[in-house]
Design a protein around this ligand. Structure first.
Ligand SMILES: Cc1ncc(COP(=O)(O)O)c(C=O)c1O
Length: 419
């Protein structure tokens, strides 16, 4: 079921003894999570080497990691930070103003929307399409009716990139700011446009949380092609500190015109969102394996697709796409044909040592957003999708036997609980 013995499979096998040691807790009770990191000896050695060096916070590995991101994503600038959420926060401060209205997907992790609130802007939730992404046609219709909208935030849900032609059309017609949340899509591409290349957007973000394609423990990055935005991001990451274009010349220079070498200025308050050098060393080591990770994820997606092909109750969210980065593999289950509820199936899977997850609870259903004024909002596709969707395990080291356990569990369950 796992396909041919590829270079990537050999890589996993070569390192599997090491990995079993690292994840002993979970392996001992044979639990199969929905996602997890793959860390090998090279990764550990790379991080350990930096821990023994002079720089453990910002040092040379930060720039090197950012260059690797630029090379991989085909963008001009990358600013690495302490999490994907930090990336979203400083990205938002770079493109939004208070009271800006922002079109945003409700099918995302909380932080994609929370950062709009952090900046004092206003989320406008748009329904999703049949593949879980923000419906770009619905965005266009909204923009045609409401010229007060200033931005659009979309994610490439599960790794499936947004339609770049539609994004380009929106950008050129409505001249709004566009942020692509690429937390799920490192390595995805739309035709020849790489995710996070910002070809048709102002800014993109990545997350390096352990369930993502590559990890730095916690970590994230913002990418852009715009120098002005890049400069703002680097300042915001580090308390708002800048070391050029000083406003206070009397403080910056001495009476002979020498620059005071200790001097810095702050023009707007920033944060400590720095990532460490040893995290970046891990990131550099991980990104070298990214192509292999992507191949393994795609192989698993193809295996799942094949297993559910003829099933009339379980449907993959979309049939196999070579250009998806498969951060998630989502199935939709028609519970109206079953005597078991989604919660019961989820709990039964847990009892069988299989970890499912639900991506996502529609963000506007959160009590905070309900109280903020979204309590009467009903987005039909989003809510139908939420009732049916289940993310099943996918990660590079998920082996053939584990994939079969997941497939057999699901096929057995729908057979057993059919009405
Ligand atoms: C779509 C999306 N955006 C943003 C984030 C936030 O990333 P982080 O966990 O690195 O803060 C996540 C995390 O899961 C995510 O899935």
């Amino acid at each position: 079921m796992c396909g041919p013995v590829t270079k990537e499979n050999r890589l996993i096998r070569k390192n599997s003894a090491y990995m079993i040691n690292l994840s002993r807790g979970e392996r001992m009770n044979n639990f199969i999570p929905y996602g997890k990191q793959y860390i090998d000896k090279d990764d550990i050695d790379s991080a350990a080497e930096v821990l023994g060096s002079d720089f453990i916070t910002t040092g040379p590995k930060v720039k090197e990691f950012e260059q690797s991101i630029c090379n991989f994503c085909n963008c001009k600038y990358a600013v690495s930070v302490s999490s994907g959420t930090a990336a979203l926060h400083i990205a938002s401060l770079s493109i939004l103003k208070p009271f800006d209205k922002v079109l945003v997907t409700p099918n995302t992790f909380l932080s994609t929307v929370n950062v709009i609130i952090y900046t004092g802007a206003i989320p406008v939730f748009i329904d999703i399409d049949n593949e879980g992404n923000i419906d770009l046609d619905a965005c266009t219709r909204k923009l045609e009716k409401d010229n007060s909208i200033k931005a659009l935030y979309g994610i490439h849900f599960s790794g499936n990139p947004l339609n770049q032609e539609k994004l380009k059309h929106i950008k050129s017609k409505f001249k709004i700011a566009i942020l692509e949340d690429c937390a799920h899509s490192l390595g995805a591409y739309y035709k020849n446009i790489q995710a996070a290349s910002c070809k048709n957007s102002d800014i993109s973000i990545l997350s390096f949380h352990p369930v993502k394609h590559i990890t730095t423990g916690e970590g994230g990055a913002v990418t852009t092609n715009k120098k002005r935005i890049f400069k703002k991001l680097t300042a915001l990451r580090n308390h708002g500190i800048i070391k050029e274009n000083f406003k206070n010349k009397g403080m910056a220079f001495d009476e002979k015109g020498n620059l005071n070498p200790w001097y810095y200025e702050m023009h707007y308050p920033g944060f400590n969102y720095r990532i460490t050098d040893f995290q970046c060393a891990l990131g550099i080591s991980q990104i070298k394996k990214l192509e292999g990770f992507l191949k393994l994820r795609k192989q698993i997606a193809q295996n799942y697709d094949k297993a559910f092909l003829d099933n009339d109750i379980i449907k993959p969210l979309y049939t196999y796409k070579e250009n998806s980065a498969y951060h998630l593999y989502v199935i939709r289950i028609d519970f109206s044909k079953l005597t078991i509820t989604k919660a019961e199936l989820f709990n039964l899977a847990r009892k069988n040592n299989i970890g499912f997850q639900v991506h996502y609870i529609p963000v506007y259903k959160q009590p905070y957003y309900q109280k903020l004024g979204y309590s009467s909002l009903r987005l039909e596709n989003t809510e139908k999708y939420y009732n049916e969707a289940l993310s099943i395990p996918i990660y590079p080291a998920l082996n053939q036997k584990e994939q079969e356990i997941v497939i057999d569990f699901l096929l057995d369950a729908v057979e057993r609980f059919k009405k």
